[in-house]
Design a protein around this ligand. Structure first.
Ligand SMILES: [Zn+2]
Length: 187
């Protein structure tokens, strides 16, 4: 669908939602809100249009380096698919090359592509790991994500400062001491 058409359609729905929530969608302050929300949501879910494997494949370099490569504190913003409320935090990625490395900024872009979708933190962790494993074929990859969830903080249990940590790994990260090396370096 054309982007303008899509925004128009989304805006119509958001106008209805505003009305259903008990507001007057025609009043001054809300007049342009449906279109603004439509554009914002389109931006926040633009990861569907990008192929993260392509991002890595376009920046593969042959290299003999076989020590741990760590990209830490990659900030991200995502939307939980259960409530469509934000969750955000930091992703830390480590891999041990097996002949090929990739541009460091590309790892951050991969995190972004998966974050800009309706997500759960657990699946996002796994998808980033799989994407790197399948394209770089490293000796191992490990992903740790620390995030705060608006759906926990603003509603329901209202736990204000709790952080959710998820991690997943492949290959040499099955060894506890390899995982420890990574964890120590991101602390
Ligand atoms: Zn949620």
């Amino acid at each position: 669908m054309q982007e303008e058409k899509e925004i128009e359609l989304l805006a119509t729905h958001y106008k209805n939602i505003i009305g259903l929530l008990g507001e007057n969608s025609d009043r001054e302050g809300l007049k342009d809100t449906p279109v603004r929300v439509a554009k914002a949501m389109q931006f926040l879910t633009k990861g569907y249009e990008e192929n993260p494997q392509d991002i890595l494949r376009k920046a593969l370099f042959k290299e003999d380096y076989r020590q741990m490569v760590i990209v830490k504190d990659i900030g991200f913003y995502s939307l939980c698919e259960h409530h469509m409320l934000p969750f955000w935090g930091k992703a830390h990625v480590a891999y041990i090359p097996n002949g090929y490395i990739t541009g460091l900024s590309k790892i951050a872009r991969v995190v972004d592509v998966f974050a800009r979708r309706l997500q759960v933190q657990e699946r996002m962790t796994l998808q980033i790991k799989d994407c790197i494993q399948q394209t770089l074929n490293p000796l191992g990859v490990m992903v740790v994500i620390e995030a705060q969830h608006m759906c926990m903080q603003m509603r329901g249990v209202e736990k204000q400062n709790s952080t959710t940590t998820t991690s997943d790994f492949t290959g040499v990260f099955n060894q506890a001491k390899t995982r420890e090396e990574f964890i120590n370096l991101i602390r």
